[in-house]
Design a protein around this ligand. Structure first.
Ligand code: ZN
Length: 349
């Protein structure tokens, strides 16, 4: 089968591989639609170290091609979504309520990290009963593929932000995760959502997904502007959806004492991430910084699919480009360059 792989830092290409085989609890997925993620770009640029002939990709839906002998809930031909994160559900971390960290820090992240990812004609899914979800008839593959990571991660940013009903939220960066954090904040009952973004197309989508105010950080100082918008009080919660030290500092500066900074940004560079001492209230202003890695699992995927099925969110407006699998290198380069107004490039198999 053909797979799109990383061949050392900065190198990608097509590779001929054997079709994977399922263990007793596993499944083999035949992808139909996938999305390129900025974290795939981080991976190729060396964020998690050297990898050779590693299949990229962690956002895909498709059809079950084969199941292991112990799989009960899925069978060949089922239309399914697989989470970007596929935890080991019996692990101590999962039993403690942190399945994404099963098997060590970020250990639930297996695709295109510990094992081959989904940019291939076939992909291996561990613990299929727990890591796959059936796609409802009313949801298309092109919609469903957004629950793998973008809805799960973006909404986790809003869920972890502990937004009081009617509360104020600032969402820093309106890439696909930030846009879904904006939508998630609205669904969580925020009374005012302030989106920080400079790119016009992203500003427009942010409004569509529920932002009440847009702060263009290239035109104004976002910290000053958010304090103005909140009568000097600051927001109940800030969501970091970029992964930059500067943005994290701004999140702390705009969050009121007792509030929450919810981080879903991926800090892909550098040795340290500095926290500004005064903005953090010298460590004593009860400004919590909470972090998350995309939550996975069949139950959560099913809930996210229900939101699409019920018309609460239409993620497809983030699909700016489409490519066939044989041209996936072009999709990847587009995501790396961030040119042509790209938000999410979709790949068809
Ligand atoms: Zn992703």
């Amino acid at each position: 089968m053909q797979a799109f792989v990383m061949n050392g830092i900065g190198e990608t290409g097509m590779s001929e591989k054997d079709r994977p085989q399922p263990g007793p609890n596993d499944a083999i997925l035949k992808p139909t639609v996938a999305l390129i993620c900025t974290s795939d770009v981080h991976t190729v640029h060396g964020a998690i170290g050297e990898r050779e002939n590693l299949t990229l990709g962690h956002e895909a839906v498709g059809v079950v091609d084969e199941v292991g002998s112990e799989v009960e809930r899925f069978s060949e031909g089922d239309r399914v979504v697989v989470g970007a994160i596929t935890p080991e559900w019996g692990s101590p971390a999962a039993q403690d309520g942190h399945p994404s960290q099963s098997g060590g820090a970020l250990g639930g992240w297996k695709f295109a990290n510990e094992k081959d990812g989904v940019f291939a004609e076939y992909a291996h899914v561990n613990e299929a009963d727990a890591n796959l979800a059936h796609i409802p008839d009313g949801v298309t593959d092109e919609e469903a593929v957004y629950v793998c990571d973008m809805l799960s991660t973006g909404f986790a940013g809003a869920e972890n932000a502990e937004i009081p009903m009617g509360g104020t939220v600032a969402v820093f960066a309106q890439g696909p995760v930030g846009l879904m954090a904006t939508k998630g904040a609205r669904l969580q009952g925020a009374g005012r959502v302030i989106a920080v973004e400079s790119v016009p197309e992203r500003q427009e989508l942010a409004r569509e997904y529920g932002a009440d105010e847009i702060v263009d950080f290239e035109a104004v100082d976002p910290v000053e502007r958010i304090h103005e918008l909140t009568d000097g009080e600051g927001v109940d919660a800030a969501i970091e959806a970029l992964g930059s030290e500067e943005t994290l500092a701004d999140c702390l500066a705009v969050t009121k004492p007792g509030g929450t900074v919810s981080n879903v940004g991926y800090y892909g560079e550098g040795e340290t991430v500095d926290i500004p001492r005064e903005a953090w209230g010298v460590g004593m202003a009860e400004k919590d910084i909470v972090t998350d890695l995309c939550p996975g699992g069949s139950v959560r995927l099913g809930r996210l699919l229900r939101l699409i099925d019920a018309g609460r969110v239409d993620p497809t407006h983030m699909t700016t480009h489409e490519f066939d699998f044989e041209n996936i290198d072009e999709a990847f380069e587009l995501m790396a360059s961030k040119e042509d107004g790209v938000i999410k490039p979709l790949v068809r198999f």
